[in-house]
Design a protein around this ligand. Structure first.
Ligand SMILES: *[C@@H]1O[C@H](CO)[C@@H](O)[C@H](O)[C@H]1NC(C)=O
Ligand SMILES: *[C@@H]1O[C@H](CO)[C@@H](O)[C@H](O)[C@H]1NC(C)=O
Ligand SMILES: *[C@@H]1O[C@H](CO)[C@@H](O)[C@H](O)[C@H]1NC(C)=O
Ligand SMILES: *[C@@H]1O[C@H](CO)[C@@H](O)[C@H](O)[C@H]1NC(C)=O
Ligand SMILES: *[C@@H]1O[C@H](CO)[C@@H](O)[C@H](O)[C@H]1NC(C)=O
Length: 845
């Protein structure tokens, strides 16, 4: 983790300059390198059209202690390196007189002034004939080649070419390939370790050596498979339509029995295009648009969570339009007992009726699917032969047939294990036939028959029903109005809790509202009732017929994100009941409307008070201490005490609401996740709010209870100081609030962090110091060093000063000016849009 943090800070530092790579001002350029020549540091070899350049470069700026030999685009700033020769053997700064030299046998060598070899290209099976010599040339394509030439530089074939030894970049014309005979001879791209370190990184992209049909796979450290696309169906890799229908590039796949290879060309050869695997594992096609716009991302191959292998478990289907896992439509159900199989749910699905191979199973056709992982090839068989063979083999779970070679031969492809990594691909998926028990198939047939009957019946009855319905509505309206006026009178004496809380069953603690009812309560969503708005929609104050005040959160129409957040929030909050969590009274789904109804909290959100010049006086130390304790208890309930382990992920001052007695309640569960394990989980969609996100979450998308603890620490320090962490400025230094607090702590002046207006009242300085101590223990760099929420609550409730360890340096302590840079440079964004931080700026109610 400390290494990760180091990377992170260095990334920031380097992106502050336009280029992480030291620009090379070449003193001399040459067009080819013959055996008696040397290419010294500072000189470059250029391609005939001046597009590419080979030379020594420094991966960091300012240049640190290592250099490499590589190829980059000649006329592009920042320097964009596309190939590195000596990835594993960097040139140390201490070496002098470093140069590149080609020997008589076509091997080229990097050596220093005293002829010590630093790196050499692999030996070739070549010795020149009379009158010919090897020559090193950089071709227009960016391919560095050793050729066999005569004295007039009329050259023959390639003895060696860099295109056969890719780095992290695939240029047009360069191939990924796999030899199915040996399985070892394969060409893949490997990411750099870090932005400023070209040595081999963790990520690798190429053909999948573990399956028989051509399939692309992205792996991370130790070869763990991360994403995959395939098998090849003759036209596309199943599930990777975007690559094939692209207006800018055209891929070509060559496949025969022994070998498969994939390359791409730019449709307009004069543009610059490359596929790069970034140090953080995103796979992107980039296009050099112009000097001002820089590298534009045309296509990200692993763009969403559904691109991760098995994100929905066996027989689960991943949906990216409304991202969540669902089970295959017929015959399957979620393994986990909870019905809300959310996005991170990976336990998958199981059959409703078990298979019975001896009694004979059947197959059900699913259309427009991304085919599952781990396929096996059973050779050229007709579709019927394929089905029969699969039916006989009890472990055969599914089959399909593909015109894999593109020559009309129908190949039978089967799956012999549980089906993993399915998703629906509208308008470009493949058909797959999945094994089902006869009981299931019969019931499906029965169901469809019944559906038909129902259809006919309903059409016949429709006219009658309409008439009846109209009549009914009138009658019901009349009676409900009558009933409402009666109950209103009754309720005035009773506690308002009876309808939603306590005595009622848990299942019914969430009520469904009608849109009419809500519209009336909020004066038709009148702007004067609006009490907040944000990325997901607007929040209104409303009044129910009985006079009960509610906060109505109306999610923005057409916001897919909003819908996801909506489901999340309803299912989550309905299950959570705690004094320090805002209570969900009910919800409404009608047409495009998605509305949540909460208890109304008269003092709005904490940020409206503590960061407000005048209102901050409303909260003196006693109240602030109570709020810190309340939030801690609410969070402890989420983490440990509720039936589920919930990570809030967006804890911040604007999500703490205050009731009339300034009791805090945590709100906004739109980003919350239920965790199965204590260790936490990793996501590609890093969403949160500036200043509150922990380093491991921003860096790796890793979230756990400890990332909430981090946010809690930030919040506690904000409550004590009355200052925002994000945007904090201090005349004396460039630290953020955490850095400032830590600086004061190490100097023994921590109580100076206190909000000055608190000095007007009686304060317990030891309580303040205790809270600062807790805050600092919560924002430490290493998640494992941070306190747990139960420790926090224990310390807060303890009478005595804490007898715990001293805090370490906080996660982020550099000020905003440095923090802001990382994600705002286009170069960074292009490379890492998978891990791009989408900041939400929802203001609370
Ligand atoms: C090189 O070029 C010269 C003049 O153009 C010619 O006389 C000579 O034969 C050529 N040598 C070879 C090996 O082709
Ligand atoms: C199609 O190509 C494959 C692999 O090259 C070969 O084995 C097969 O016989 C071919 N089929 C036809 C019908 O040509
Ligand atoms: C190819 O790209 C170049 C440079 O962007 C442009 O000038 C040219 O018109 C393009 N050619 C075609 C056929 O689109
Ligand atoms: C499978 O079906 C056969 C014949 O219908 C029956 O005898 C057997 O008990 C079934 N097996 C299971 C595990 O249900
Ligand atoms: C893939 O299939 C093989 C047998 O065909 C099996 O041994 C292996 O465990 C499977 N791998 C996964 C990840 O399911």
């Amino acid at each position: 983790m400390s290494a990760c943090f180091w990377v992170f800070t260095t990334l920031y530092l380097y992106t502050s300059n336009a280029s992480p790579i030291t620009g090379i001002s070449s003193s001399k350029t040459i067009e080819s390198l013959a055996t008696n020549q040397q290419l010294y540091d500072g000189e470059t070899l250029v391609s005939p059209d001046q597009r590419f350049e080979l030379g020594f470069f420094c991966p960091s700026n300012p240049c640190k202690d290592v250099k490499f030999l590589g190829i980059w685009y000649k006329n592009i700033a920042p320097t964009t390196v596309v190939w590195v020769a000596n990835r594993k053997r960097p040139i140390r700064r201490t070496s002098s007189g470093v140069h590149l030299m080609l020997d008589d046998y076509g091997v080229f060598v990097i050596q220093d002034g005293s002829k010590r070899v630093i790196w050499r290209s692999p030996p070739k099976n070549y010795s020149p004939s009379v009158g010919r010599k090897p020559v090193l040339q950089l071709l227009q394509s960016g391919n560095l080649v050793v050729r066999d030439c005569d004295i007039n530089l009329s050259c023959g074939g390639y003895i060696w070419e860099s295109f056969n030894h890719p780095s992290d970049t695939l240029l047009p014309g360069m191939e990924l390939s796999l030899d199915y005979g040996s399985r070892l001879r394969y060409r893949a791209i490997t990411s750099w370790r870090k932005k400023d370190d070209p040595s081999d990184g963790d990520f690798k992209f190429g053909f999948d050596r573990s399956v028989q049909a051509p399939q692309l796979v992205l792996t991370k450290e130790n070869g763990v498979r991360l994403s995959r696309w395939g098998p090849w169906d003759g036209q596309k890799f199943s599930g990777m339509n975007s690559l094939m229908d692209n207006p800018i590039l055209s891929p070509t796949l060559r496949f025969d029995n022994d070998q498969v290879s994939l390359k791409f060309e730019a449709l307009n050869r004069s543009i610059l295009l490359r596929l790069v695997l970034s140090p953080l594992g995103s796979l992107q096609f980039l296009w050099w648009k112009s000097k001002n716009e820089g590298w534009i991302t045309i296509l990200t191959l692993n763009k969403d969570n559904c691109d991760r292998i098995g994100s929905c478990g066996p027989y689960g289907i991943c949906y990216s339009d409304d991202p969540s896992c669902r089970c295959l439509e017929e015959g399957f159900m979620a393994i986990s007992s909870v019905d809300w199989c959310g996005f991170e749910c990976s336990s998958g699905c199981k059959r409703k009726n078990d298979l019975n191979c001896t009694a004979g199973d059947g197959f059900l056709k699913y259309e427009q699917m991304k085919l599952p992982d781990n396929s096996s090839v059973w050779g050229a068989l007709s579709i019927n032969e394929c089905e029969n063979k699969c039916a006989k083999e009890c472990s055969c779970m599914a089959y399909t047939s593909l015109n894999m070679y593109g020559n009309g031969s129908i190949i039978c492809v089967v799956w012999l294990n549980d089906l993993i990594d399915l998703r629906t691909v509208h308008g470009g998926g493949n058909d797959i036939y999945i094994r089902m028990s006869h009981i299931e198939l019969d019931s499906i047939i029965h169901k469809t028959k019944r559906k038909k009957v129902i259809w006919v019946a309903s059409i016949v009855l429709l006219s009658t029903i309409i008439t009846c319905a109209l009549l009914l509505i009138i009658i019901v309206r009349y009676f409900t109005m009558l009933k409402r006026s009666k109950t209103r009178a009754l309720e005035q004496e009773q506690s308002p809790l009876t309808e939603f809380g306590g005595s009622q069953e848990e299942d019914s603690d969430c009520r469904v509202f009608e849109l009419d009812e809500i519209a009336t309560a909020t004066n038709n969503f009148c702007t004067s009732n609006e009490i907040g708005s944000g990325g997901f929609g607007r929040v209104y104050k409303g009044e129910l017929p009985r006079g009960e005040e509610v906060a109505v959160k109306r999610l923005a129409e057409s916001s897919w994100q909003g819908i996801r957040e909506f489901k999340n929030e309803v299912t989550l909050i309905a299950k959570l009941q705690h004094r320090n969590l805002v209570k969900l009274l009910g919800y409404c789904i009608e047409g495009n409307e998605r509305i949540l109804v909460y208890e109304y909290l008269s003092n709005h959100s904490l940020d409206h008070i503590i960061f407000d010049q005048f209102k901050k006086r409303l909260l003196m130390w006693d109240n602030r201490f109570k709020i810190i304790k309340g939030v801690a208890k609410g969070l402890l309930y989420l983490h440990d005490d509720s039936r589920l382990r919930v990570i809030h992920r967006d804890l911040k001052a604007s999500n703490i609401l205050l009731d009339s007695e300034m009791n805090p309640k945590i709100s906004d569960f739109g980003l919350a996740r239920i965790l199965a394990s204590e260790k936490g989980e990793t996501t590609n969609r890093v969403i949160g709010t500036h200043g509150y996100m922990s380093p491991e979450y921003i860096m790796n998308g890793h979230f756990s209870t400890k990332s909430d603890v981090y946010s809690f620490g930030v919040l506690a320090l904000e409550i004590i100081s009355g200052k925002k962490n994000w945007g904090f400025q201090h005349p004396d230094h460039n630290l953020n609030l955490l850095g400032h607090a830590w600086k004061l702590w190490t100097e023994g002046r921590s109580s100076e962090l206190m909000e000055p207006v608190l000095g007007d009242s009686i304060i317990q300085e030891d309580e303040i110091v205790k809270c600062i101590h807790i805050g600092l223990l919560c924002v430490q760099k290493q998640p494992e060093d941070r306190l747990t929420m139960s420790e926090v609550v224990n310390i807060l409730q303890g009478e005595h000063c804490i007898n715990v360890r001293q805090p370490d340096e906080p996660g982020f302590f550099a000020g905003r000016s440095m923090m802001g840079l990382g994600f705002s440079t286009t170069a960074e964004r292009n490379l890492e849009s998978v891990n791009e931080v989408t900041m939400t700026t929802i203001s609370g109610r």
